[in-house]
Unconditional design. Structure first.
Lengths: 397, 394
């Protein structure tokens, strides 16, 4: 298979690019952030995602979805990354949908997949319990009680956890924290008694929550997949998430890089465009190479998920690690520096500031800044980033 | 079963049956590679047999047309062949500037007669070629080259000097850039000619490098007669061929970040350094660095694959070869640094048999030239900045 997008995939990219640039540009995220929007994404936009077929992208056609693959999921994620569009696409359309597709019973699939595809159900995956992403370290317990289980524990960094209609919760039914075996996945209604959710505003203005479970009772049919065998399902689903986030950051990195290159051509100092200076040319050319190498690794991982899912792990790890190291650098460090103070403005990042107020640094905005906008762009969802690193070490040595 | 799956199965079976066991061992030093040529002495029967068998199938140049001694494979088939060779640890049957550089240029610019004559000799490893590009005053600014070829009716008379000519002393023929119009602008008076290194008036003088080896030569031309039939393409249009060939040279040098690595660095390091009970490298910091390196190397390999696919699909930018050259050579230097770290003081041995006469150290020192030869890293970055990113000239 050529390591390229097919014609159909390129068409999907073009339509996603146009759609997201129009309906989900960076300004959209800023508005939600600055008004402290309670949902953190636009339900109206999510309904449009459904019209575009994005919500059910992975969902089989028999459940009303598009039945597309992971490359297509990555194509949409890349455009989301380019615009920083806030949406439940990752947690719902990719993680929740694929967990149910891969492990669900016929009844569970029938109940949830169609709703996901129609944009009527928001899902969230609750895995992490500590700042580092270590699925095997899960300590949260699910003890047999009556006809079902009682869940006790606490989860953090649950993406979209504060608005989810359905939570997939990984808990321990046997073994001890650190064991890869003994995990079970549960489909949990977040409104169940004993669940408390605290929304956590994150540095990148994207959605996450801390969720505590105190003696939360669920029925036996809430189990997703086999009891004690949730680890393998989780591995597969997390691989999809890692590759998807890698693709998202390819888009973010490329967007930041593109803006920087445009700025190098436009900004004049010492009477000439700063892009004429070899010191900056070389940094830009170097970053271009890193981005392209990363793009190759990400596409390879996505293709592997489609062609040989069970062998895709190392490829996903390579993509994830590359993306964290290099797409991150492309948008975060040197680029921000090349934009000088403008790169640190919160509301007018990158060349927008220049274009509107050439030569003027908007000092009145400085008190509002906490971290450079360009850095923020790249710091998203380290959840999946971290495991890419340790996963790679484990699989390659 | 798809055609490609059938091809994979058959290829694997053929390689298993035909690649001698000695040719599946890792290449430990440059002495293990086969360069072919009229004066080539095979290091072993296995090396000779492996070349003959692969050349017999056209698989020393898998994607060239069968009519010129190639394998006539589709790109996807060639990928399968490479992957299967990698999986079995097969050595390259033939390393050849003819295959990597001259061949692609001849396929594009050569006359039918030239292709039919030169290409099959190349694929069989019968003629070893060298590249006459750099001169003492034409390095990064290659187009300022001064070697002259005067029109003498039925032949050119060549006078001048080349330098950093890789393996000129071992090569049978040279592909050479010469100035044929002395009044024209520097890019417009260059021609691309081929000639026999045994022609009267050609002398070579090896240059000893810090690795203690002499892969490069100074090459002198003193009234060398070159028949006009050995001009490739159009007179004074040689720069187009030179540039095209350079993209292949850059792919080739960049590819060292991949090709040299049939055996994972982690395994080599574990062998040198030892591993704990869990099979992990005894040095956790080096282990992390090697993992990071291998990730970059794998990602680079995918990038070479993608770049080739893009060119094939007509979506490529020729300047992308500068990304590959830059990236691949920096990787290869990193690889050698890591090998030296893993080898510790053993890696400093220079002459012992135990160290294969200092193979690690010599390879490490040799790798320093990677980011110079074929255009420096800085030149590659200039090309990317200008031709891909469209940044303005200084």
């Amino acid at each position: 298979m050529p390591l390229l997008l097919t014609e159909e995939q390129a068409m999907l990219r073009d339509s996603a690019r146009g759609f997201l640039a129009e309906h989900g540009p960076v300004a959209h995220l800023r508005e939600l952030r600055d008004t402290r929007d309670a949902t953190g994404f636009s339900r109206e936009l999510w309904a449009r995602f459904a019209e575009m077929g994005f919500t059910g992208l992975l969902v089989p056609e028999s459940f009303g979805g598009s039945g597309l693959g992971h490359v297509e999921a990555g194509v949409v994620m890349e455009e989301i990354g380019r615009n920083l569009t806030p949406s439940p696409f990752l947690a719902t359309a990719l993680l929740t949908a694929s967990a149910i597709m891969r492990a669900g019973t016929a009844e569970q699939k029938a109940e949830y997949l169609r709703k996901i595809g129609a944009g009527q159900l928001i899902g969230a995956l609750a895995v992490d319990e500590a700042p580092k992403h270590r699925p095997a370290a899960i300590a949260m317990t699910a003890r047999r009680r009556g006809n079902g289980f009682a869940l006790d524990g606490a989860k953090g960094f649950v993406v979209d956890g504060h608005v989810a209609d359905l939570m997939i919760v990984a808990a321990r039914t046997s073994g001890a924290p650190g064991d890869r075996e003994g995990l079970t996945l549960f489909l949990v209604d977040p409104k169940t008694k004993g669940i408390e959710t605290e929304r956590t505003a994150m540095v990148d203005a994207h959605n996450a929550a801390r969720v505590t479970f105190r003696d939360v009772l669920v029925d036996a049919d809430a189990v997703l997949g086999e009891v004690d065998a949730g680890g393998k399902v989780l591995d597969g689903v997390l691989n999809i998430g890692r590759a998807a986030v890698a693709a998202e950051l390819v888009g973010t990195g490329e967007e930041a890089f593109g803006r920087t290159v445009a700025y190098l051509k436009e900004r004049k100092q010492f009477g000439k465009a700063i892009g004429q200076f070899q010191a900056l040319q070389h940094r830009a050319a170097h970053l271009y190479g890193e981005l392209e190498v990363t793009r190759s690794a990400v596409l390879k991982a996505l293709q592997m998920l489609d062609s040989d899912f069970d062998s895709a792990g190392p490829y996903v790890a390579i993509a994830k690690r590359r993306q964290v190291e290099h797409a991150g650098r492309a948008g975060g460090g040197p680029d921000a520096r090349r934009h000088g103070h403008d790169g640190r403005l919160r509301h007018r990042p990158l060349h927008e500031a220049r274009a509107r107020r050439p030569g003027v640094v908007r000092r009145h905005e400085f008190p509002r800044q906490r971290a450079g906008q360009t850095e923020r762009l790249l710091n998203r969802r380290t959840h999946f980033a971290r495991c890419g690193r340790c996963g790679a070490h484990a699989s390659l040595l | 079963m798809s055609d490609l799956q059938t091809f994979r199965r058959e290829t694997r079976a053929w390689l298993e049956a035909n690649c001698p066991p000695e040719m599946r061992k890792p290449v430990l030093s440059e002495d293990d590679t086969c360069w072919g040529g009229k004066r080539w002495k095979f290091q072993s029967d296995a090396q000779r047999v492996w070349l003959e068998r692969m050349a017999g199938r056209g698989w020393t140049a898998p994607e060239w047309p069968k009519a010129y001694g190639g394998g006539g494979l589709e790109r996807e088939e060639a990928k399968v062949l490479r992957a299967e060779m990698r999986a079995l640890g097969c050595r390259s049957p033939l390393d050849s500037f003819g295959i990597w550089m001259l061949g692609p240029a001849l396929l594009k610019f050569g006359s039918e007669q030239q292709k039919a004559h030169y290409l099959p000799q190349i694929t069989r490893g019968e003629v070893r070629w060298c590249q006459g590009y750099s001169e003492p005053n034409a390095g990064s600014d290659l187009a300022s080259l001064q070697t002259r070829a005067e029109d003498k009716g039925d032949h050119f008379l060549v006078n001048g000097q080349k330098i950093w000519t890789s393996y000129a002393d071992k090569a049978d023929w040279i592909f050479c850039l010469v100035r044929t119009d002395f009044a024209a602008k520097k890019h417009e008076g260059i021609s691309f000619i081929l000639f026999d290194m045994t022609s009267p008036g050609v002398t070579t003088r090896p240059i000893t490098l810090i690795s203690g080896k002499s892969p490069f030569c100074e090459t002198f031309f003193d009234n060398v007669k070159v028949p006009k039939s050995q001009l490739v393409g159009t007179l004074n249009k040689g720069w187009d061929i030179a540039k095209y060939l350079l993209t292949h040279e850059r792919d080739m040098i960049g590819g060292m970040g991949d090709r040299a690595s049939a055996r994972p660095l982690g395994q080599i390091a574990a062998h040198l350094l030892g591993a704990n009970a869990a099979g992990e490298l005894a040095d956790p910091i080096l282990r992390g660095e090697i993992a990071t390196f291998e990730i970059d190397e794998a990602a680079f390999r995918f990038t070479m694959e993608r770049a080739g696919d893009m060119m094939k699909a007509g979506q490529g930018n020729p300047a992308f070869s500068s990304v590959l050259k830059y990236y691949g050579t920096e990787l290869n230097k990193r690889r050698n640094e890591l090998l030296m770290s893993a080898g510790g003081s053993d890696a400093l041995e220079w002459e012992s048999e135990r160290s294969h006469t200092g193979a690690l150290a010599r390879g490490w020192l040799r790798s320093k030239a990677n980011s110079i030869e074929g255009g420096t890293s800085e030149v590659q970055l200039n090309i990317v900045a200008k031709r891909i990113l469209g940044l303005p000239d200084a």
